[in-house]
Design a protein around this ligand. Structure first.
Ligand SMILES: [Zn+2]
Length: 311
């Protein structure tokens, strides 16, 4: 039994067929966690879909309506880079509900894991790069609306810059954003995060951690967030088809563990979402995401959660 809940729904699958985005990975991760006895069925919880009130705290009414009614323009579908379907919309609303639930779980348990989401390329008024709705931003706005948090930090380790996150929180002093990514990669335009760590092509485990950890430590020290959202991309992996960094599986797990440790030893709740992963062999992507759950378990056992009274 895990010391936290895993939020997952079998309808997270984005219905993409033979697309570079392996949307079956969500199911493969859930199945492997059970098969390898890392988790039991009692550790899993199903999220409700996000409600539109949640979505509209981040997204424009126009973009929300277009998604719900299937009235995206041709250029909007091109920018999204995934075919539009009703199943896609249902999956995105569920994954967003999943990030909200995982965030609420994190405040209660110290950790909350969504086996989906991390759609960090979504902007308020349009979708990009496989991301239609910014689930992490929606979850942050929901916790703010519930007065459950005042300040949040987003640590985005996907190999691609967190452009949607940066744009949504650009003028928001209560949300600190860190993106560590490959500089010579999508998206071409990178609006500034609070801290951007632009990595050179083929950067390895050592170079990556030497950039990431001082930034995370000083942000936690100075900003003192109430919660850390971790966008745990599997695509900095050396064999990723859409990435150009050279991290190993071991290095990626160490990355997760170190970020979690820095947060948890300060008593900061951690919520994780998956984001990208396009390894030639989908089993590598699955393994990297499973390792994130194992790293969370190790750190959760070392740093048990003591819920803070907020009154
Ligand atoms: Zn990515």
């Amino acid at each position: 039994m895990l010391p936290f809940k895993i939020v997952y729904h079998e309808k997270y699958d984005l219905n993409l067929g033979e697309h570079v985005f392996p949307s079956q990975k969500f199911r493969l991760i859930a199945e492997a966690l059970l098969k390898e006895k890392i988790a039991s069925t009692a550790d899993f919880v199903q999220p409700p879909p996000a409600n539109d009130e949640d979505i509209l705290r981040v997204h424009t009414a126009d973009w929300t309506r277009k998604l719900k009614t299937g009235t995206l323009s041709h250029s909007e579908v091109m920018l999204l880079e995934v075919p539009y379907s009703r199943e896609l919309v249902d999956a995105v609303w569920l994954a967003t509900g999943g990030s909200i639930l995982a965030a609420q779980n994190a405040l209660r348990d110290g950790f909350g894991i969504n086996l989906g989401g991390g759609f960090h390329h979504a902007y308020a008024d349009h979708g990009e790069g496989f991301c239609a709705i910014h689930d992490v931003a929606v979850a942050i706005r929901r916790l703010e609306a519930e007065k459950a948090i005042e300040k949040a930090i987003v640590v985005d380790t996907d190999v691609h810059h967190g452009n949607g996150t940066a744009a949504i929180f650009q003028n928001d002093g209560r949300v600190f954003t860190i993106s560590i990514h490959q500089e010579n990669n999508y998206p071409a335009y990178k609006p500034p995060s609070t801290v951007d760590l632009h990595m050179m092509d083929r950067a390895d485990d050592h170079e990556y951690m030497a950039a990431l950890m001082p930034a995370v430590e000083s942000a936690l020290e100075e900003f003192q967030p109430d919660i850390l959202f971790y966008i745990g991309g599997a695509d900095p992996f050396c064999e990723d088809q859409l990435g150009g960094l050279s991290l190993t599986k071991h290095g990626l797990m160490e990355r997760d563990r170190r970020v979690f440790e820095e947060a948890r030893r300060r008593g900061i709740p951690v919520v994780t979402a998956l984001a990208g992963g396009y390894a030639r062999d989908v089993q590598d992507t699955v393994r990297i995401h499973i390792n994130t759950v194992i790293a969370a378990r190790e750190v959760a056992l070392q740093h048990p959660h003591v819920p803070l009274s907020r009154d």
